[in-house]
Design a protein around this ligand. Structure first.
Ligand SMILES: *[C@@H]1O[C@H](CO)[C@@H](O)[C@H](O)[C@H]1NC(C)=O
Ligand SMILES: *[C@@H]1O[C@H](CO)[C@@H](O)[C@H](O)[C@H]1NC(C)=O
Ligand SMILES: *[C@@H]1O[C@H](CO)[C@@H](O)[C@H](O)[C@H]1NC(C)=O
Length: 212
């Protein structure tokens, strides 16, 4: 876990063994060898926008605190996903604001691409337009783009109730407390209903608003 200075964005998780320098380097690249996924499927993406996708990758690959929302899936470019991770409001608003003028051709990026070239291309019948036209609101972006990996919340950074994509690790990782809170809330909910794997998986799919 030694991150190169040239790949700064995964630094908050640098103590985590699964976030090696090689992985971090790849997560900073368009069409990284990890996914072959191009953010620039409609031409150049603004750097201010791209940094949110890099940070999203870092969180996804490097954060040890997303256990409560983990799921296995079988998609072309990923084998696991997260469902309804409650994202802090500011992280979503900034992401949307910084990306509204960049271009894309789809409002859900998890499937429906043309992969015949080896990386994702816009499928026939779609046209490139601004993010804002595909994602009219911040919630539409954060919840829609990766098919509900994230849930938009009204919780602010530091509330202990939402996951931060961006934080200063020098002041500790705020997501540890958040993961503990939801893991406990989920297991408490399960026990009060009775126990068992079926109930546990049902509890994991409850809208997080019920846990407030
Ligand atoms: C990405 O593309 C390269 C070259 O086309 C290929 O070797 C590699 O297996 C691909 N990776 C994934 C995750 O599909
Ligand atoms: C996929 O893209 C290739 C060009 O890279 C094109 O020839 C083909 O028709 C496309 N397929 C579909 C289903 O859109
Ligand atoms: C967030 O708060 C605003 C203003 O208080 C409210 O209009 C909105 O419905 C809330 N959104 C969610 C997802 O709770």
């Amino acid at each position: 876990a030694h991150l190169a200075a040239g790949d700064p964005q995964c630094v908050p998780w640098k103590k985590n063994a699964c976030c090696s320098a090689r992985v971090s380097h790849e997560l900073h690249r368009d069409k990284s060898s990890l996914y072959n996924f191009s953010w620039e499927h409609c031409g150049r993406m603004e750097p201010a926008c791209k940094r949110h996708f890099i940070q999203n990758n870092c969180l996804y690959e490097c954060s040890p605190n997303l256990g409560p929302w983990f799921q296995e899936v079988n998609q072309k470019w990923r084998k696991e996903r997260f469902l309804n991770v409650p994202l802090c409001k500011e992280d979503c608003l900034d992401w949307w604001e910084d990306c509204r003028t960049s271009y894309t051709c789809k409002s859900s990026w998890h499937k429906g691409w043309n992969w015949s070239s080896g990386s994702n291309q816009c499928p026939t019948g779609t046209t490139c337009d601004t993010f804002e036209s595909f994602f009219p609101t911040p919630a539409a972006l954060c919840e829609g783009i990766w098919n509900h990996d994230y849930k938009f919340t009204n919780y602010s950074r530091g509330s202990g109730r939402c996951i931060q994509m961006w934080f200063d690790a020098a002041e500790g990782n705020p997501n540890e407390e958040v993961a503990r809170f939801y893991a406990l809330a989920l297991s408490a909910g399960t026990m009060s209903l009775g126990t068992g794997p079926l109930l546990l998986s049902a509890a994991l799919m409850l809208p997080l608003g019920l846990l407030d």
